[in-house]
Ligand binder design. Structure first.
Ligand SMILES: [Zn+2]
Ligand SMILES: [Zn+2]
Length: 382
C-alpha cells in the first residue's frame, strides 16, 4: 500500500469539494464531484440520487464475505467563508465548517485503495449521505438501502474532532453523541383590544409557564444521564400596542444522552404544554423537526474499532464522556450494526461550525488508514 502517492490526489479532491460547498438537500455539484472521482477507480456499481443527492458505490470481492459500509456526509453550512484560502468556497454564505469535505475525502480514499488492493472477499459500500446537518439524510438513506436490498454486516462512520491531537482515533463504548430534536409548540388563543384583555385568550401566561418549567425540567425530573431542554425561540402576537395577542410559538431543543431519557423528556414536555394550554383555554399543536437519535457503540463495535486502529498502528483513546452535540448517524443503528469514531483534528483547530474552521488535510491519511484497518479486521483485504 502506497498511501503517500494517493494523498495529494485526495487533498485536491478535498479542496474541490470545499470550493463547491452546498448546504443540506442542495448537494448536487458535490455528488457529481464524488461520482467523477469514484468512477476512475472502477467500482462494481454506483447508485446516484439516493435519498436526495446521495451516492453509493459498491466494490465487490471474488468470494463470499462480510458486507461492510462506510458513511460520509455531503453537506456544508450556511456560514460565510471569511478565511483566506486558495480553495475558498465559491458559494455565497456557504462553507464546509464541519469538515464534511474531509469526511467525503477519507471515504473516497477507500476507493483509491481498493483499486490497487482489490477485495479478496465480501462487499464494500461507500455511502455518501446528504443532509446530515438537518438530521434528514440518514433516515432517507436507510430507506433507500432497504429498497436497494443492500444488507450490511456493519456500517462505520467518523467525525473529525477539534481539541484532540491530529490523527488520533477516539471512540467510546455506549453513547458517543446525544439524541436531540427541535420541539415546535404553537398556541392558539383569541385576540382582543389591549384595553379589554378579558374578552380575548392570550397565550402569554402559558408561554411564560412553559418556558420557565422547560428550562428547569432537567432538575425537576429523574434522568439517568445528562438531559436538557433549551428554549431557543419564542414569539407572541404582533407589535401592536392596541391588541392583546391571540397566538404564540415556542421552540425548544430537547437533548438527551440516552434514548430512554429522551422519551421521558418528550412525554413530560408534552404533558406540561397540554396542561398549561387547557388551564387557559388555549388550543395547541406540537410538532418536531431535526430529529437525531443518539449515536451509540456496542461493546462489540468498540472492540472492532480498537483492534482496527491497532492493526494500523494508529493512536487510540477511549473517550470519557459522550458529546452533547448530535449526529444523524445514530439513525443507522435502527437498521444495522454500527460503529462510530472520532479523529482528532488538532488542539489548535477552531471548533466545528466556527467561521475560522477548516478541515486539516494532514489527517486525511489517518482516516483512510483507519478504514483500511477495519477492512483488514474483517479479512476483506490482506
Ligand atoms: Zn455540523
Ligand atoms: Zn458534522
Amino acid at each position: 500500500m502506497d498511501l503517500k502517492l494517493d494523498i495529494e490526489e485526495l487533498i485536491e479532491l478535498r479542496h474541490r469539494l470545499h470550493a463547491n460547498a452546498e448546504v443540506s438537500n442542495q448537494e448536487e455539484k458535490t455528488a457529481k464531484i464524488i461520482v467523477e472521482f469514484l468512477e476512475q477507480f472502477e467500482p462494481h456499481q454506483i447508485w446516484v440520487n439516493v435519498g436526495g443527492h446521495g451516492v453509493i458505490a459498491q466494490f465487490k470481492g471474488t468470494k463470499e464475505g462480510e458486507n461492510i459500509g462506510f458513511r460520509a456526509d455531503l453537506d456544508a453550512l450556511h456560514i460565510a467563508e471569511t478565511i483566506d484560502l486558495e480553495y475558498a468556497s465559491k458559494t455565497p454564505h456557504t462553507a464546509h465548517k464541519c469538515g464534511h469535505d474531509g469526511h467525503m475525502t477519507m471515504v473516497s480514499g477507500i476507493a483509491a485503495y481498493l483499486q490497487q488492493n482489490p477485495l479478496d472477499k465480501g462487499n464494500v459500500y461507500l455511502v455518501f449521505q446528504p443532509a446530515e446537518e438537518t438530521g434528514e439524510g440518514a433516515e432517507r438513506i436507510n430507506r433507500s438501502l432497504k429498497e436497494l436490498d443492500i444488507k450490511l454486516d456493519y456500517l462505520f462512520g467518523l467525525h473529525n474532532l477539534p481539541d484532540f491531537p491530529k490523527g488520533k482515533i477516539l471512540t467510546k463504548k455506549g453513547t458517543f453523541a446525544a439524541a436531540s430534536r427541535g420541539m415546535v409548540i404553537k398556541l392558539f388563543g383569541k385576540t382582543s383590544h389591549a384595553a379589554e384583555p378579558e374578552y380575548g385568550i392570550s397565550p402569554v401566561i402559558a408561554m411564560a409557564k412553559i418556558t420557565t418549567e422547560m428550562s428547569r425540567i432537567h432538575r425537576t425530573l429523574d434522568f439517568s444521564d445528562l438531559t436538557l431542554a433549551t428554549v431557543i425561540h419564542s414569539e407572541l402576537g404582533e407589535i401592536a400596542f392596541g391588541t392583546s395577542p391571540g397566538y404564540g410559538e415556542v421552540r425548544i431543543t430537547l437533548r438527551a444522552m440516552k434514548d430512554e431519557d429522551m422519551s421521558i423528556l418528550i412525554d413530560e414536555a408534552e404533558n406540561l404544554v397540554h396542561k398549561y394550554c387547557e388551564d387557559d383555554g388555549l388550543g395547541c399543536e406540537i410538532s418536531y423537526t431535526e430529529v437525531f437519535p443518539s449515536t451509540i457503540n456496542s461493546d462489540e463495535a468498540y472492540g472492532i474499532m480498537q483492534e482496527a486502529a491497532a492493526l494500523m498502528d494508529l493512536e487510540f483513546k477511549q473517550l470519557e464522556t459522550p458529546f452533547k452535540w448530535s449526529e444523524d448517524f445514530g439513525q443507522y443503528k435502527l437498521q444495522y450494526k454500527t460503529g462510530f469514531f472520532g479523529i482528532g483534528s488538532g488542539m489548535d483547530c477552531p471548533h466545528l461550525h466556527d467561521e475560522f474552521y477548516d478541515f486539516p488535510d494532514e489527517i486525511i491519511g489517518d482516516g483512510v488508514k483507519m478504514y483500511i484497518g477495519l477492512l483488514r479486521y474483517f479479512g476483506l483485504v490482506a
